[in-house]
Ligand binder design. Sequence first.
Ligand SMILES: Cc1cc2nc3c(=O)[nH]c(=O)nc-3n(C[C@H](O)[C@H](O)[C@H](O)COP(=O)(O)O)c2cc1C
Length: 188
Amino acid sequence: MAQRKIATIVGSLRQGAYSRMMARALVELAPPSMKFTEVEIGNLPHYNQDLETDAPPAAWTEFRKKIIASDAVLFVTPEYNRSMPGALKNALDVGSRPWGKSAWSGKPAAVVSTTPGALGAMAANNHLRQVLYAVNLAAMAYPEAYIPAVATLFDESGTLTNADARNFVSGFLESFEHWIEHLLHHHH
Ligand SMILES: Cc1cc2nc3c(=O)[nH]c(=O)nc-3n(C[C@H](O)[C@H](O)[C@H](O)COP(=O)(O)O)c2cc1C
C-alpha cells in the first residue's frame, strides 16, 4: 500500500493540550502506511479578504502549500463553548481561499474531539464536520470519535495508556486508512 501523507491539525494552541497528546497517540498507533505531520495554525493571521492580494501573508501561503501537499487531513480538536476553537475555524477559512483554489477540496478527512469533561466535545465535532463538508473535505462518517475524560487516559509522559482508548484509536485509524484509500482510488 502506498504511504499516505496526512496533515494533522490540532485545534488547541496551548502547550500542554490534551488534544495534541491525542494527536500524538494517533501517530504512535498508526501503521507505517500513514505518515502524519502536524501543521501549525497558531501563526495564521485572522482571515481578512483585504489581505488576499498577489502577496498574501507568508504564513497563509505556507499553510496552503502544506495542505495541498497532503493526501488527507486529520483534525483533533477540543470544544470551546460548544463549538470548535476560533483558531481552527480561522485555519479552515484561510485554507479555503482564494476562491476557486481551496487547499482542502476533495481530500479525505477525519475528526477526533477530546475533552476533560463528560460529553466528548460532541458539539465541536459536529460543528467542525459541518464546515468540512462546506469546503469539500470528505469527513469520515463512521466511526465517530468523541473522547470524554481525556485527562485520565495518559500517563505523566503523555503516553496513551488506557487500553480501551488504545483499541479505539487503532480501530479508528484502520477505518480512516480504508476511507482514504477508497476516496483516492476513486479520484485518481
Ligand atoms: C474558552 C473555552 C471554552 C470551553 N468550552 C468547553 C465546552 O464547550 N465543552 C467542553 O467540553 N469543554 C470546554 N472547555 C474546556 C476544555 O475542554 C479544556 O480546557 C481542554 O483542556 C481544552 O483542550 P486542550 O487540552 O486540547 O487544550 C472550554 C475551555 C475554554 C478555554
